[in-house]
Design a protein around this ligand. Structure first.
Ligand code: CA
Length: 236
């Protein structure tokens, strides 16, 4: 993917100009739309590699655009990064629930946005079954789904099955924000005795066990949790 194509759907001309300038400078091909309806049309016509979607749009708003793109088989797999204002956390949760990949809060730095875009493009398509058995190694934290084992600095540490599934889910997509609604079905085993559906309680227990490595699980206020993306530091 030498020149990934970005579709920016945004009604504020100033922001669109900044986006176009920065994206072109980084080698992206840019297509723009200034309202939701045009955005949906442009997505199915242009088949971009990624969509930047403003949530507050006149007419068809960002959440509706997200819903339409995810409903249409032709545009379903195009990753979406939402552009949001402060205080739109409940819309962010809605959008992530519909399949948007990430969000950036305005005012954002172009550097931050570029890093997010690259991270989403790098994560690419969802993992297959065999990928899910792959051991995930981070600095000092190793997660082995086959052995159901987590090692911290080489030493195995006991986690419950629920805690393991929670860490493994987050760590399979570092940098991706998971809402609590995303996590419950993935983490609470089917048919298992549900001891506690409260994800926050499990996260607290996990962090305690992670000790010095506790910062690998990041809280995204008002939205959910994500695993620290080590490559994100390098992008900055
Ligand atoms: Ca707007």
């Amino acid at each position: 993917m030498s020149h990934p194509r970005v579709l920016a759907i945004e009604d504020e001309p100033d922001i669109l100009t900044v986006l176009e300038y920065n994206l072109s400078r980084e080698g992206f091909a840019v297509v723009t739309a200034s309202n939701g309806e045009d955005g949906v049309r442009a997505a199915s016509r242009e088949k971009p590699d990624i969509v930047l979607l403003d949530l507050l749009l006149p007419g068809l708003d960002g959440i509706e655009v997200c819903r339409k793109l995810k409903q249409d088989a032709a545009t379903r797999n195009i990753p979406i990064i939402m552009l949001t204002a402060k205080g739109e956390e409940s819309d962010v949760v809605l959008g992530l629930g519909m399949g948007a990949d990430d969000y950036v809060t305005k005012p954002f730095s172009p550097k931050e946005l570029m890093a997010r875009i690259r991270a989403v493009l790098r994560r690419g398509t969802p993992r297959t079954e065999s990928d899910q058995n792959e051991r995930l190694d981070f600095e000092g934290v190793s997660i082995d789904p086959v052995r159901h084992e987590i090692r911290l600095d080489g030493k195995p540490v006991a986690f419950t099955a629920t805690e393991f599934r929670l860490i493994h889910t987050l760590a399979s997509a570092p940098g991706r924000v998971f809402t609590r609604d995303h996590l419950v079905p993935r983490v609470i085993g089917h048919g298992a005795v549900v001891i506690d559906r409260n994800i926050d309680v499990h996260v607290r227990a996990i962090r305690k066990k992670l000790g010095a490595h506790r910062e690998v699980i990041e809280t995204v206020r008002g939205v959910g949790y994500r695993f620290h993306d080590p490559t994100h530091d390098l992008d900055k």
